[in-house]
Design a protein around this ligand. Sequence first.
Ligand code: GLN
Length: 494
Amino acid sequence: MMLTDLSLAGALRGLERREFSSRELTQAHLEAIEQLNPRLNAFITVTGEQALEAAEAADRTRAGGEAAALTGAPLGIKDLFCTEGVRTTAASRILQNFVPPYESTVTAQLKRDGAVVLGKTNLDEFAMGSSNMNSAYGPVENPWQRRGEVARRVPGGAAGGPPAAVAARLPRGATGTDTGGSIRQPASFCGIVGIKPTYGRCSRWGVVAFASSLDQAGPLARTVEDCAILLGSMAGFDPKDSTSVDRPVPDYRAACGCSVKGLRIGVPVEYRSPGMSAEIEALWRQGVDWLREAGCEIVDVSLPHTKYGLATYYIVAPAECSSNLARYDGVRFGERVEGETLDALYERSRAAGFGPEVRRRILIGTYVLSSGYYDAFYLRAQKVRSLILRDFSEAFQRVDALLTPTAPSAAFAQGEKMDDPVTMYLNDIFTVPASMAGIPGLSVPGGLDEAGLPLGLQLLGRPFDEESLFALGSVLEKAAGFTHLPAVRAGAAS
Ligand code: GLN
């Protein structure tokens, strides 16, 4: 087995037993990046030198008989997390030269626990999209391909870089953020695990804001246990984020082996969308059977406002983004294009700095917040949002978790769905409701479709009950026995 093939837990074990050093491990990952990144474009910035220095420091820590949760483990960081002294672009031209003078809380905590940062991974500009085709630094390729086909597939979005990189074995694990599905949908498309924790579980401080009432950081990795290890370091109260919640961080790793016997699992009827493919329907049924066999009780539940999820999300998220992105005006930081007047400077800077999807969202957001339309759209969407949350709260009085597919399709081809934004937005149909409600959601690979592309199953839980999701996710992972490998990966003969 190649060093890059180990899980995060396996790599940490190997480091602990001195089977290899963090320097060797980090070197192997940097070589994998060098080999595959020109094709996959999963990393925007590779910080090789800093990574090797951090790896050597980790080796010294271990030699001194000490180790934290992640000492010496090489990770990728979504390029939306500010990293002190390392360029942070949000995949936008407007931030192409932005070198933050501070570190996000989440990455600071990962580093505190000994993580080695390999670099910053690609995403859709400002995390807006479902395909990673909207990055100013070029699209990301999914390491998976349809059997017998050469057409390149999207890794999902908005953050296609982290899951594509993890699936290709470039880093051990990665950070993501999920506003409407950006951890779960790409995890599903790339055959890996990803969890969006409860809103408020991980600090948003130092994460470039898209839609502040929805954005939530979380990990992506190859196994459920690896995600649990990473979340243990990422989560926690942060006084610098007023929406961060002050409650202890449980031992997520311990939750992975817990029995799920007697847990009640809801199957929401509304998620059976008419256009759903027979394969996804079959996988969903299979997932239900797996949980039943593990001793869970299966219950049909109704979430009647699910059908409004997408429409309300695409009002609330653009509204918040139009306000958050107002700061990029060419004056304080970011790209500047001079103009004769201040207004001309704003207009030119923003026109040069933002790509078409970001501009579309700003326009939608400005429209739904403008006087006369505020009540008709934004306020109404907020009211429907409360109803979506109420649906979940009522369901969680009867069940402990919900099981649904993660996405309505497998990874689509690059370029597909690009001419119709609404078709692209439909991809978020199963992930958006949980984002609107702020509840946790985990995606775990369930199997392959007939063409050999991965399909994910999604577990949704009560607020702050990530532990049940890890326990249930481990059961699904074991039952699915997902050991398939993507066509393009480090160490594979190419
Ligand atoms: N695809 C969704 C959007 O475009 C979600 C993206 C995200 O979660 N960052 O807004």
